[in-house]
Design a binder for this molecule. Structure first.
Ligand SMILES: NC(=O)c1ccc[n+]([C@@H]2O[C@H](COP(=O)([O-])OP(=O)(O)OC[C@H]3O[C@@H](n4cnc5c(N)ncnc54)[C@H](OP(=O)(O)O)[C@@H]3O)[C@@H](O)[C@H]2O)c1
Length: 221
């Protein structure tokens, strides 16, 4: 039976990962903040409370994962922050909130998630095509873009450290109809997650350290 961990599963793409992996018969552990745990539990997953922006909360994951032998661990938690159009400086509070969830949380949790993996397991972060510097043609939401570019850097370092032990990838889920993606997005969460699961299932170890969209196409860093 496949063993899967989803960080940030209260709603949106994270919750759909839980639903689809459970439907496929996987054993699933998932984290969410506070009262949102019930949504995860209702799908038959083991739910743990975890605020990725809180150091003490994040460190509580370590002993929980001890010996689990996960096949797949996914960091889904994310915050978009102010939807700027140009070079509007973010407030300190917005900067801290976005960077803490999208980058610092990942830097605290990826090492712990990696410890919980079975040999040859997969470690994935939900990045965004908006992180891409090579493919960029819009400056919108530049704080979010900067944070996801930093997340990509963190993922690449994880791939180097875990070489031969885990396959580490950054995934763009597509533009998806969630609270973050908005109602005008072309993909449903069901479609996005089904596609991402296919990408994850087809990964080869030599692809570790790559950045893919939901169709498995390489995105330039
Ligand atoms: N939707 C898109 O089109 C799109 C495109 C590219 C990339 N992405 C990425 O995909 C991931 C999932 O996005 P989504 O569309 O599902 O967004 P969403 O519906 O806004 O969900 C965001 C998730 O992140 C969690 N989260 C935020 N801050 C957290 C914290 N401090 N601790 C724990 N969890 C926290 C939220 O939990 P709460 O319910 O507790 O707030 C929620 O589960 C994100 O990383 C996002 O950047 C999405």
């Amino acid at each position: 039976m496949q063993k899967v961990l989803v960080i940030g599963a209260s709603r949106g793409i994270g919750l759909e990962f839980v639903r689809q992996y459970r439907e496929a018969g996987a054993q699933v552990w998932a984290t969410a903040r506070g009262e949102q745990l019930t949504a995860v539990q209702a799908l038959g997953a083991t739910a743990w409370e975890l605020d990725v922006a809180d150091a003490a909360s994040a460190s509580s994951l370590s002993w929980r994962l001890d010996g689990l032998g996960l096949d797949v661990a996914i960091y889904c938690a994310g915050l978009i922050g102010p939807r700027s159009a140009g070079l509007e400086p973010p407030t300190q509070a917005d900067f801290d909130a976005v960077m803490h969830v999208n980058v610092l949380g990942a830097m605290r949790l990826l090492p712990v998630m990696a410890e919980g993996l079975a040999p040859g397991g997969t470690l994935a972060v939900l990045s965004s095509v908006m992180a891409s510097i090579g493919g960029r043609n819009s400056p919108s939401s530049w704080l979010y873009r900067a944070s996801k570019a930093a997340l990509n850097s963190v993922l690449k370092d994880a791939a180097l450290v875990l070489q031969g032990r885990a396959t580490c990838v950054a995934l763009h889920p597509g533009w998806v109809r969630t609270a973050m993606g908005g109602e005008g997005a072309p993909l449903s969460v069901e479609e996005s997650v089904a596609a991402q699961r296919r990408v994850l299932a087809g990964l080869r170890p030599e692809q570790s350290g790559s950045f893919f969209d939901e169709q498995g196409r390489v995105i330039p860093w």
